[in-house]
Design a protein around this ligand. Structure first.
Ligand code: TXA
Ligand code: MG
Length: 316
């Protein structure tokens, strides 16, 4: 991999497509978080994603498609998957579906599983990039494995010291990763809470959708107890921060003495999701040892926000 200086880490659409076509890795914006992309059919390119991120090989990647046809060429949709794709694509929904035999996807992408995670991003530039390359792109979030996800191009540049080219698509609108739903053997299960709420999923399907729990055979291999981790220690459900503690508020702020941010002064969960990773990064960068986080309601997008916070606060 070339070492690019931060000044030339930004690339345009054409350059990004050329890098990907020639088996390189390039980060790009999606509506959720930045992804670290490679041609999903090129095993040598996909290996680079795992190496750059320091990602365990057992943790499979999401494949990003420009069109429904591209996705249909890779996986088998059942009725529920079809309904969900009709309702939420392009958008922050990932479907884990049976892999089609003979699909041109490197084995490492699905970590040897017989299912594949696919999604069609809502971000215009992301779909243009996939369409220009003409190939599905495997892309995990563009952060070193286990750390906070990036929602701005400059965070990707600093996380990898400018060594990864980035297609800048602005600030990510959703701010938390896609919701992951597995559809197989007639069952429909939520593997990861995300930018589309569980309520919205159930509303479209018209039936109850269960949530996979840690340790279930079906669970996403990447749903580790500790993840999205800042350097500082995180304390959740803190209404009154101790002196010197940094504070991440939500709604009305208590008195604080350390550095502080407010996820959403108005108590809006969509705004809070959008700000979550960036504000955690900012507080972490202030060098504090401890960050207190306000209680966040578990409703709607609160499920995804609390999921990320719980993993970020976990010790192991
Ligand atoms: O919003 C998103 O989904 C972002 C953007 C870049 O698209 N991507 C993202 O990727 O969050 P990543 O790699 O950080 O998370 C993917 C998750 C992991 O927990 C992984 O274990 C799970 O998806 N996954 C991928 N393929 C799977 C499969 N076949 N079965 C079960 N889980 C799978
Ligand atoms: Mg990730």
């Amino acid at each position: 991999m070339n070492t690019l200086s931060p000044a030339n880490a930004l690339v345009d659409l054409k350059q990004a497509a050329e890098i990907l076509e020639s088996g390189g890795v390039c980060a790009f914006a999606t509506e959720t978080v930045y992804g670290l992309g490679a041609d999903a059919g090129n095993a040598d390119a996909v290996v680079k994603i795992y190496e750059i991120k320091g990602r365990p090989r057992f943790n499979p990647l999401i494949v990003h498609c420009a069109t429904r046809e591209m996705a249909e060429s890779l996986v088998l949709f059942d009725d529920a998957a079809r309904k969900l794709a009709d309702a939420f694509w392009p958008g922050p929904l990932t479907l884990v579906l049976p892999l089609r035999r003979g699909a041109a996807i490197a084995d490492l992408v699905s970590a040897g599983l017989d299912t594949l995670a696919v999604r069609m991003p809502a971000h215009e530039l992301a779909r243009q990039l996939i369409a220009t390359v003409g190939r599905p792109l495997a892309a995990p979030s563009a952060n070193p494995s286990g750390r906070l996800s990036p929602t701005k191009a400059e965070q990707v540049i600093s996380d990898f010291d400018g060594s990864v080219p980035v297609l800048d698509g602005g600030v990510c609108a959703a701010g938390v990763e896609s919701t992951i739903i597995a559809c197989r053997d007639g069952a429909t299960i939520q593997l990861r809470a995300g930018a589309i709420t569980h309520d919205d999923i159930e509303q479209v399907l018209g039936f109850k959708v269960s949530r996979a729990r840690q340790g279930d055979a079906i669970a996403a291999p990447g749903m580790l107890a500790r993840h999205y981790a800042p350097r500082a220690r995180l304390y959740l459900g803190v209404s009154h921060p101790e002196a010197g503690m940094a504070y991440l508020g939500f709604g009305e702020m208590p008195e604080t003495t350390g550095p502080m941010r407010n996820l959403s002064p108005a108590g809006d969960l969509a705004e809070a999701a959008r700000n979550l990773f960036a504000m955690l990064r900012e507080l972490d960068a202030s060098g504090v040892a401890e960050i207190g986080v306000a209680p966040i309601p578990e409703t709607g997008l609160g499920e995804a926000i609390n999921d990320r916070l719980t993993r970020a606060a976990a010790r192991e």
